[in-house]
Design a binder for this molecule. Structure first.
Ligand code: CAA
Length: 378
């Protein structure tokens, strides 16, 4: 079921080589400087990694979700901060336009986004509307051939860099999700501003921002599908996004395991390398087993999405498992490194911080359980 085609293996190898040679060496410095990896993102665009499932007619690479998952794991193995930029571009900004956009919208926005010339973001979350996404408080009303949006969005990855923002606003807050509309917003619009850039624990080279919409006028032609159908856009997009975060988590977890194995073979205690100690061996065995299990769930969700199936529960299972595994592996990697793992001189210290976001964004682990339980009890 999971045999890679020649093309898929080639994509994975290309991503692996680029990640290890071009991304990994600067990861620690970017974590310290918080510098957005502009050049790397441009290179990823040139290589076709920013529009991976965009058909060739809209300027994309025309690949499957499985190839995307393989490539994203490799990029995140080197730097999960770079990886989240790639993941938001593909899964959260491009995907809703691809799934729900009109021909005009696809031709207008996808080529620039697929090439990386235009960066995208996905603005759903609000200061008081995180897990309960249906409680959208950003308002919109129709005014002639335009909509006017007012509100604040929060925790928006790529917010400061974005040229294109897929966002949501409510025609009628009292109707909760049934009033939500989805829009494509160009961020040079005078009603759009970045009000704050967050100082974060991890994935620090990616930027996370608060956005303010003040009398933001959006042409009606920039609404995605019908009025009041925006919540479906948000949720279906997150189904795909969660597969991406599962892949990101796998990259972090695999790096933790590889560094732990190397360190355990090298570090001597009680007269021999600690790899000889059963206490360490069991940690390695548990890390590897959990990563393999998470990878199988992630690959299954990707394959099902490629087959055109609805993957809400499967994407949530993959994301829940992989993100918890990334945190488990990061914890154990620091434990194996002992005091050195607590030092910023060792990569596992960054991985420990980078892993932490994976159980939070694109739905917390608790929200993934809610989606899985709802699907199970239908
Ligand atoms: N696909 C299509 N439609 C869906 C759907 C899906 N996956 N899930 C739900 N829907 C539809 C339902 O069919 C229902 O439609 P009707 O009204 O026509 O019946 C409607 O949406 C409402 O569904 P629910 O009753 O299940 O909705 P809910 O209010 O109970 O919420 C939830 C469900 C799962 C809790 C949802 O609110 C949710 O996912 N919350 C978490 C939000 C989240 O992940 N935020 C992260 C934002 S992105 C980010 O992290 C920032 C970044 O930049 C990386």
């Amino acid at each position: 079921m999971f045999e890679l085609t020649e093309d898929q293996a080639e994509i994975r190898d290309l991503a692996r080589e680029f990640a290890r040679e071009q991304i990994l060496p600067g990861a620690t410095e970017r974590d310290r400087s918080h510098e957005f990896p502009k050049e790397i993102i441009a290179q990823l665009g040139e290589m076709g990694f920013l529009g991976m499932f965009v058909p060739a007619e809209y300027g994309g690479t025309d690949l499957d979700v499985f190839s995307y998952v393989l490539a994203l794991e490799e990029i995140c193995y080197a730097d999960a901060g770079v990886g989240v930029v790639m993941s938001v571009q593909n899964s959260l900004a491009i995907a809703p336009i691809l799934m729900f956009g009109s021909e005009e919208q696809k031709h207008k926005y996808l080529p620039g986004m697929a090439s990386g010339e235009k960066i995208g973001c996905y603005a759903l979350t609000e200061p008081m509307t995180g897990s309960d996404a249906g409680a959208q408080k950003t308002r919109c009303y129709a005014d002639g051939e335009e909509y006017v949006l007012d509100g604040t969005k929060m925790w928006i990855t790529n917010g400061p860099q974005a040229d294109v923002c897929v966002t949501y606003a409510n025609l009628d807050v009292a109707s909760r999700h049934k009033g939500v509309c989805a829009f494509i917003v160009e961020t040079d619009n005078p009603g759009f501003s970045v009000s704050k850039v967050e100082d974060k624990m991890g994935i620090r080279c990616s930027a996370t921002a608060e956005l303010v919409f003040e009398g933001l006028r959006v042409p009606a032609e920039n609404r995605l599908i019908g009025e009041r159908e925006g919540f479906k856009v948000a949720m279906a997009t997150l189904d795909g996004g969660r597969i991406g975060i599962a892949a990101q988590s796998l990259g972090i977890a695999q790096r933790c395991l590889d560094l732990s194995i190397a360190y355990a073979k090298e570090r001597v205690a009680f007269g021999k390398p600690i790899a000889n100690l059963q206490a360490i061996q069991w940690k390695i065995a548990d890390m590897r087993t959990k990563i393999e299990a998470a990878r199988l769930l992630t690959w299954r969700a990707a394959k099902m999405k490629d087959a055109g199936m609805r993957v809400s529960a499967e994407a949530s299972m993959a994301k829940l498992m992989a993100s918890e595994v990334a945190n488990f592996c990061a914890y154990e990697a620091v434990q194996i490194h002992g005091g050195y793992g607590f030092s910023t001189e060792y990569e596992v210290e960054r991985l420990y911080r980078d892993a932490r976001i994976t159980t939070l964004y694109e739905g917390t682990s608790e929200i993934q359980r809610l989606v899985i339980a709802k699907d199970s009890l239908r």
